[in-house]
Design a protein around this ligand. Structure first.
Ligand SMILES: [Zn+2]
Length: 112
């Protein structure tokens, strides 16, 4: 998944470079408030971790989809129809991704 915050000045979303999976992880990594430099308009402002949201990483989903289709085709070649079942693998990835996005977005840090 990707993390992003919306610039208060130009209202454009900017991605945040972090591998954090949950909001507390992100807080541990960058602190409750961090200085954010908008790469669209150059505005610099303080952003709270609660203002960071998660969204699906399209690249990961695409890779998962391609791997799923390729493995389904290969397994179909060897095992027939059963191999097609491996096509659900990307769906599982998608499900896990959506679940972590939902938990990230719904968990808020208590503001002091
Ligand atoms: Zn901006």
């Amino acid at each position: 998944m990707n993390l992003y915050t919306v610039c208060r000045s130009c209202k454009k979303s900017n991605s945040i470079k972090s591998d954090a999976i949950t909001r507390p992880d992100l807080q541990m990594e960058i602190g409750s408030e961090f200085t954010f430099n908008c790469n669209k308009c150059g505005n610099i402002e303080k952003v709270h971790v609660n203002d960071v949201s998660a969204e699906p990483n399209k690249k990961h989903i695409l890779i998962g989809l391609i791997l799923g289709v390729v493995s389904a085709l290969i397994l179909y070649f060897f095992y027939g129809a059963v191999g097609i079942l491996s096509g659900v693998i990307p769906l599982l990835f998608w499900q896990v991704e959506m679940k972590s996005i939902k938990s990230f977005n719904s968990y808020m840090i208590r503001r002091k």
